[in-house]
Design a protein around this ligand. Structure first.
Ligand code: NAP
Length: 277
């Protein structure tokens, strides 16, 4: 999606994928900086490790405690830090890395666009408390959901998350386990559903799909997980995680280029690459 967007904007840039051993992450970031890369995206398991490896953290990375986007910046003779792309005709005094996080904003944008869902005052059941689940929970709380119910295979993680949310967002009620009442939205942030034949992450003996209006699955491949199939059959509004992937990418694009992301071009390229049509 990034290469399609660069082409659409006439930028002679390339987005490339590299597999990096976590032990080599610091060296890989320093290498990209030495080679005057414009920026980087990081994925699991690098997002948490990178927090201690960048020179500066944008507010988004501080709040969510993870870095998925890095921008390389240069210092001018007036001591201002500017994106490296702005140093066309002069050499920076020194360079640095700044870390950002675009995942949370990507999720909120996708919920709005794909489910027409506004989080404020809503009741949400969130499945999963790994990296994506934690970021989602904090984002939902920061957007003033009314009640948030956390379910995870490893119970202790939901307990830790409850403490963190209650400390930072005291007005949000955080329940552990399945709610007895109805909710407005169920979000799957577990990796259960990625493999064909995976069961649904929702225990329907504990919580019926009749108890929710909408279901969002962060998984986008397969396009329809067991959970989404069941949710559709139960009459819920559904969306998969492709929109989240699109919007976190679009935000990163804007951080690197300083230009609005061509969303339609990026969406078409994503669908082509992920689903082949
Ligand atoms: P992670 O940190 O490894 O967390 C995995 C989560 O899934 C944990 O909550 C884990 O529970 C749970 N889980 C794994 N196997 C399970 C099983 N057999 N039964 C029940 N729960 C299970 O991964 P992550 O980064 O949070 O990613 C989670 C999912 O979100 C993945 O499917 C990923 O593809 C998706 N995602 C999508 C986007 C997007 O842009 N659409 C972005 C980020 C992530 P435990 O804590 O008990 O291990």
């Amino acid at each position: 999606m990034h290469n399609a967007a660069f082409a659409a904007l006439g930028l002679n840039w390339r987005y490339l994928a590299f597999e990096v051993d976590p032990k080599q992450l610091r060296a890989a970031i320093a290498g990209a900086q030495a080679m005057k890369f414009t920026g980087l995206n990081l994925t699991v398991p690098h997002k948490l490790l990178a927090v201690d490896m960048v020179d500066a953290l944008d507010e988004s990375a501080k709040v969510w405690g993870a870095v998925n986007t890095i921008r390389f910046e240069g210092r001018t003779t007036q001591s201002d830090w500017l994106p490296l792309r702005e140093f066309n005709h002069c050499v920076p005094v020194e360079t640095r890395t700044q870390g950002f996080n675009t995942d949370a904003a990507g999720l909120a944008a996708s919920l709005r666009e794909d489910l027409n869902f506004d989080l404020q005052g809503k009741k949400v059941l969130l499945l999963g408390a790994g990296g994506a689940g934690r970021t989602a929970a904090l984002k939902l709380a920061s957007e003033n959901v009314l009640e948030l119910f956390l379910v995870n295979r490893t119970f202790s993680k939901t307990l830790e998350l409850q403490v963190e949310i209650t400390r930072n967002f005291p007005s949000v009620y955080v329940g552990l386990g399945y709610p007895k009442t109805e909710v407005d939205l169920v979000i799957n942030a577990t990796s259960l559903g990625l493999k064909s034949g995976d069961a649904s992450p929702l225990d329907e003996k504990e919580f019926s799909l009749k108890q929710t209006r909408a279901v969002y699955d962060m998984i986008y491949r397969p396009a329809e997980t067991t959970l989404l199939k069941a949710a559709k059959a139960a009459g819920c509004k559904t969306a998969n995680g492709l929109g989240m992937l699109l919007h976190q990418g679009a935000k990163a694009f804007e951080i690197w280029t300083g230009q609005p992301a061509p969303l339609d071009v990026m969406r078409r390229a994503l669908e082509q690459n992920v689903y082949g049509h």
